[in-house]
Design a protein around this ligand. Structure first.
Ligand code: URA
Length: 284
């Protein structure tokens, strides 16, 4: 039998995982998410137990998940909700719940009970919004990262600090801007949210935009822009151009700009963002 790893070895292994970009513990064993078929990654899914005689609903090629050696309870044998939602079911359910929310508080409460987005299963906290409850300018980013997940607020890490500086440069601060993301929970390992995850959250985002009632919506980064505008082009083509998005009964002016996390890696692109910010300031 292998000698058990020492504390130092375990710590060294954790350091190595972190250096490789793994900063969240998702499960004890790796699994092939693609083999789960249409169930969105991260959504509650009834992986078969080794002693299950028949496979459940996954394709034959799906791996069998080894469960930790502990007495089976509802919690340990089935991750979270018993019935995983497909993307369209999640969206329909979300749309009904979101429509009923008459305030941001009610919308946040609805999100807390909503299980249709798989990201919730691996996230620490819901990240709803930061800033003013109603504002002329609404910023929509991609997804919470590690700092946001721990704190439960969007854009509070390094990228968030740069975003604050960008807004301050055109005279705006937390009291005049509403900041959120296209998904409300952190994707494991900071991956880009899948279209299903964004779709499940979309009705809440649309209701949020209705309640905040901004003059301008700014999509920050490529994936927010693609999801918000329903287009496939890259951010370099999308940025800096005004368009209208239809939210409820309203048409709202919207523009995309580069993500501050990209600017941290590519400071030379700041001049492009400055041009976008000037356009935003003059439209406000
Ligand atoms: N990046 C985002 O897109 N959103 C956040 O909330 C944080 C980082």
């Amino acid at each position: 039998m292998d000698k058990p790893a020492s504390r130092e070895e375990m710590l060294a292994l954790l350091d190595w995982f972190q250096a490789m970009g793994a900063d969240a513990a998702v499960d004890e064993t790796s699994c092939d998410w693609l083999a789960r078929g249409p169930t969105p990654p991260g959504a509650a899914y009834a992986w078969p137990r080794p002693d299950d005689a028949q496979p459940l609903t996954q394709p034959e090629s799906a791996p069998t998940r080894r469960l930790p050696a502990q007495s089976p309870t509802a919690e340990t044998t089935r991750p979270r909700a018993a019935t995983p939602l497909g993307a369209s079911e999640a969206e329909t359910g979300a749309r009904r719940i979101a429509r009923e929310a008459g305030s941001l508080e009610a919308l946040e409460a609805a999100l807390k009970t909503f299980d249709g987005c798989g990201l919730k299963a691996t996230a620490t906290k819901l990240c709803f919004y930061r800033g003013a409850p109603t504002a002329d300018l609404m910023i929509v980013g991609e997804a919470p990262g590690r700092d946001e997940d721990l704190e439960g607020k969007p854009f509070i890490g390094r990228a968030g600090h740069l975003l604050d500086k960008m807004l301050a440069a055109i005279g705006l601060g937390e009291t005049s801007v509403h900041i959120t993301n296209i998904v409300y929970w952190r994707p494991p390992g900071n991956r880009t949210p899948t279209p299903q995850e964004a779709l499940a959250c979309r009705p809440f985002l649309e209701r949020q935009i209705e309640l905040v009632s901004p003059k301008i919506v700014v999509a920050v980064g490529g994936s927010a822009a693609k999801e918000l505008f329903g287009v496939a082009e890259g951010i370099m083509r999308l940025r800096g151009k005004w368009r209208e998005i239809a939210i409820g009964q309203r048409k709202i002016q919207a523009i995309a700009t580069l993500h501050p996390a990209y600017l941290l890696r590519t400071p030379a692109a700041k001049n492009l963002v400055w041009q976008d910010l000037l356009q935003i300031r003059s439209k406000l």
